[in-house]
Design a binder for this molecule. Structure first.
Ligand SMILES: [Zn+2]
Length: 280
């Protein structure tokens, strides 16, 4: 799933190409593409694109006081639509512009979870952005802000990092990389981290986000998950580049927690005896 750096770099590329270009039309291609009935998408037609912004893992195509909020979910992509064919493969929705160009939202697979919300005025606090925690970019590098987020969240750190109502923009890959960079156990209780550990976590978030964003900005398009740089994510059995120990994994149905025991858990091998055997 695209996380904050991938979505941010995509938003920047789209703004560079389409800012100032007038919207000519919006057409949902699948029945489930458009998640809102009011306001109507046509209300943005005839207006120039101000920018493509980002909040958490969402893209915001802003046209004055109307915005299209796009969630790519797992396999969604928003790309220039060169062909503008009548039945584009994996097509979810299409924006056409007055200069004849178009943007196509596609989704790989059959889950059909990617979608578009049209919102009036400030999108913040409205679905689908309601309930989001502060942006990861805003708390990264800021131990005091991060401490506020973690206070009272008595749950495993890896899960809290991925919880969009706690911090918006981090997914499975960054949660693995941030815990490793901070030398913290993914199973550490987020509410019980010491001030030093919170400072390490805030610094690790900043570094991991900046490194990933620099990589995404160097590309002409969004990376696939396999291409993204990292030290532990999806590297089970490989050598930890920090200490030389082997990268380990705790497997869940929908994701894998990757970590280095020497770097992160004082050598303790993690096993999720409470849930993993039921979820496998
Ligand atoms: Zn290590």
């Amino acid at each position: 799933m695209p996380e904050l750096p991938e979505v941010q770099a995509l938003a920047e590329r789209l703004t560079e190409r389409w800012a100032g270009v007038e919207l000519a039309g919006f057409r949902p291609i699948t029945f489930t593409a458009l998640k809102t009935a009011v306001p109507r998408p046509d209300e943005a037609v005839g207006r120039p694109l101000d920018e493509v912004g980002r909040r958490g893992k969402h893209l915001l195509l802003r046209f004055g006081d109307r915005a299209f909020v796009v969630h790519l979910m797992q396999g969604g992509r928003l790309k220039p639509d060169e062909k503008q064919s009548a039945k584009p493969r994996g097509g979810i929705a299409r924006w056409t512009f007055a200069d004849g160009s178009a943007l196509l939202l596609t989704e790989a697979g059959t889950e059909r979870r990617a979608g578009v919300w049209v919102v009036a005025d400030d999108p913040e606090g409205q679905p689908p952005l309601d309930g989001l925690g502060p942006d990861a970019d805003a708390v990264a590098g800021d131990p005091a802000a991060l401490a506020t987020v973690l206070a009272g969240r008595s749950a495993r750190l890896h899960g809290v990092l991925r919880d969009q109502s706690a911090i918006a923009g981090i997914g499975r890959r960054l949660a693995n990389e941030i815990c490793h960079r901070a030398k913290l156990s993914p199973f550490a209780n987020a509410a019980k981290l010491s001030p030093d550990e919170v400072a390490d976590l805030a610094a690790a978030m900043r570094t991991c986000l900046d490194e990933s964003l620099a990589y995404e900005r160097s590309r002409p398009d969004m990376s696939s998950s396999k291409e993204r740089p990292g030290e532990v994510h999806h590297r089970e059995g490989e050598v930890c580049p920090v200490c030389g120990d082997v990268v380990r994994a705790v497997e869940y149905v929908k994701y894998t927690v990757n970590y280095c025991a020497t770097c992160q858990t004082g050598g303790k091998v993690l096993a999720d005896n409470t849930t993993s055997k039921f979820l496998k």
